[in-house]
Design a protein around this ligand. Structure first.
Ligand SMILES: [Zn+2]
Ligand SMILES: [Zn+2]
Length: 644
């Protein structure tokens, strides 16, 4: 008997029964076989050593592909657990998945790992990799598996749950064995530990079992693994660059914001400099919205439970909300997790005519969401933040134009902040979970993809991933070091106009239901700010910088003149700081560079005499001497102009 395999180049070949992935790879070519780590059969990844259970569509997964790296990383997680169990007798091990760019494994060893522990674990892993131990797959019954893991409570819990996502189905439990180490796993793995060519343990952290704060706290070790030393080095360099830009480090360093512990998790205070940048961003946002036909509205932070019932939040979103506030009058209030219901109330405040549509409401609205503490991340994921939130009410026939309009507006704004590369995801109807009319969905989805095509954006269709109430576009940007960030969402909503029974009068007074679009462009001001800090590594472009010009007197006797220079600069609405300290001029310049001020003016004897300044842009190592003050001011004004 034989099986028929279809290869990615659309050819097909027949192979004898019992053919393994390795044999398929070898039959295609020795280079491919050397780089192979697994085989995909009809979309399912299998170990190379396994006889293929059937024919079908195959492709060889190589170590430098994203899927191949996942196999490599997950295999490295096994070796990590193997090393920890051998170094810490009695350790309990939990789960060890591959994650983006790496892997982790969770352990209970009764105390946190020290840096010395991690070094020893890494060394033991290198030994195990040097041994080139083959990974062997084995299927056993549930009882046998429970016996094997008799002293491993987390493994027993997984086996007991017989969660089909964690072990294979039909009551069989899959184990993988290398040397004396056994783990519970679906696979696949690289053929042997020797295939792990470059890895590094990167950090440790606490993590709750099952992510549940009521369950035991475990110790997590993170690591990364790559197909070559060069790929690992390049990754570590990217990591270092990302750390250098980390807004959680730069925020306090540049005196922009902080997260005081007594304030509570996921909540920040904005310092004067951060507050100033934020004001510039918000002023810009208000100005462009007004210029593009939006109306600025304002809504309160709390609302009666009735509003959240009508909007559906109390049914579908209650876990993301702060708990109820019960008032004496018998009313219950909730802090708002979203601004939408308020904007709907504004739409509904009086009868609306088609002549008013599209009606675009915009608010810098602060919302509060009860995010789990484990997912909070600086300004990027908070419990209280301000959305640049818009709700657009339009006629059904206006939807396509309005979406294109919105997308173009979005790209214009993001370009103004220095982003150049965009991609998008379009989430389409989930056939099992949707409401409204099918033709409305089709129209809206087509309008979304048309808008993306017209704007020239690459997009991916996320088939069936839309929320039940409408399709959406997520716009992603690439930052200065190539990272992708999801920013803007354009969400079509057929449900809220129904929930709130919204209508408007068409020509001839016929009542029609409007379509609603939710749109947060920055997402949240905080998150956008965090991304900007990382994109610019804290060196904001001049129009955003909190201090645009730093004026440094060489000695105390130049301070008066420095102040006069400062006045000339602030007179033209620039943000200047005159440095008055006991430091040497070199120290003062270094401090200005550390704070990443865009321009530094140094003034000494000659400058006082001749009404000049020494001029230096951030990032340039040379100072231009003897620039006439008037000319310096003109240069600064030019550079500081906000996008129009
Ligand atoms: Zn595994
Ligand atoms: Zn909304």
């Amino acid at each position: 008997m034989s099986i028929e395999l279809f290869l990615p180049d659309a050819t097909s070949r027949s192979y004898p029964d019992g053919t393994t992935g390795t044999e398929v790879a070898e039959s295609i070519g020795p280079r491919l076989a050397a780089a192979a780590v697994a085989i995909s059969l009809n979309g399912q990844l299998l170990d190379l050593s396994r006889p293929l259970p059937s024919g079908g569509l195959v492709s060889i997964i190589t170590e430098s592909s994203e899927e191949g790296r996942q196999v490599l990383r997950h295999s490295t997680a096994h070796v990590l657990a193997q090393a920890v169990l051998s170094l810490f007798p009695g350790a309990h091990f939990a789960i060890g998945p591959a994650i983006e760019d790496g892997f982790y494994y969770d352990f209970d060893v009764g105390r946190p790992f020290t840096p010395d522990d991690v070094a020893a674990i890494q060394e033991r892993m290198s030994d195990l990799i040097g041994d080139d131990q083959p990974f062997e797959r084995q299927e056993v019954g549930k009882d046998e598996a429970l016996a094997i893991f008799a002293d491993q409570p987390f493994k027993k819990e997984i086996i007991d749950a017989v969660d089909p996502t964690e072990i294979s189905g039909e009551g069989e439990v899959t184990l993988y064995r290398n040397d004396g180490f056994i783990d519970l796993c679906r696979g696949p793995h690289v053929p042997s530990t020797g295939r792990i060519k470059a890895f590094r343990l990167t950090r440790t952290a606490g993590a709750y079992w099952r992510g549940d704060e009521q369950r035991p706290q475990l110790q997590r070790i993170y690591g990364t693994a790559w197909e070559s030393r060069a790929a690992l080095d390049a990754y570590l360099q990217r990591l270092e660059e990302a750390e250098r830009r980390d807004h959680r480090r730069l925020g306090p360093e540049l005196d922009l914001f902080s997260f005081p512990r007594e304030l509570g998790s996921g909540l920040a205070v904005w310092h004067p400099k951060g507050g100033l940048v934020r004001k510039v961003i918000e002023d810009y946002s208000r100005r462009v919205h007004l210029a593009h036909g939006y109306h600025i509205v304002v809504s309160p932070h709390v609302a009666r439970s009735q509003l959240w019932k009508t909007s559906g939040h109390l049914n579908f979103y209650v876990e993301g909300m702060y708990p109820a506030i019960d008032l004496d009058e018998g009313d219950t209030y909730f802090v708002k997790p979203m601004n939408c219901p308020f904007h709907i109330l504004i739409f509904r405040a009086r009868p609306r005519s088609y002549r008013e549509l599209p009606l675009r409401l915009y608010e810098l609205g602060t919302v509060y969401r009860y995010e789990r503490s484990g997912v909070l991340h600086g300004l990027l994921r908070m419990r209280g933040f301000t959305q640049d939130d818009s709700h657009i009410f339009c006629r059904r026939g206006q939807l396509a134009d309005e979406l294109l309009n919105l997308l173009e507006f979005t790209l214009m704004v993001l370009r103004d902040f220095g982003f150049e590369e965009f991609e998008a995801d379009v989430s389409t109807r989930n056939p099992d979970k949707w409401m409204g009319a099918l033709d409305m969905w089709e129209e809206a989805t087509e309008a979304l993809t048309d808008a993306l095509a017209k704007a020239g954006l690459n997009y991916r269709i996320a088939e069936g991933e839309a929320a039940f109430y409408g399709p959406k576009i997520d716009v992603h940007i690439k930052d200065a070091i190539g990272r992708r960030w999801q920013l803007t969402t354009l969400q079509v909503d057929f449900a809220q106009p129904e929930n709130f029974v919204l209508d408007y009068a068409e020509a001839g007074n016929r009542k029609e239901r409007p379509v609603m679009i939710h749109r947060a462009l920055f997402g949240s001001v905080e998150r956008f700010f965090g991304i900007l800090v990382e994109h610019y590594a804290g060196a904001f472009p001049m129009w955003l910088a909190p201090v645009q010009v730093s004026i440094i007197p060489v000695a105390d006797r130049h301070l008066d003149y420095a102040r006069r220079v400062g006045e000339s600069v602030t007179e033209v609405d620039l943000r200047a700081e005159v440095v008055d300290s006991d430091e040497t001029v070199g120290e003062k310049i270094r401090a200005a560079l550390t704070m990443k001020h865009p321009a530094v003016l140094v003034v000494g004897d000659k400058d006082v005499e001749q009404e000049t300044v020494g001029f230096r842009w951030y990032g340039e190592d040379r100072e231009q001497r003897g620039v006439a003050l008037q000319q310096a001011v003109e240069l600064l004004v030019d550079a500081a102009r906000a996008p129009q």
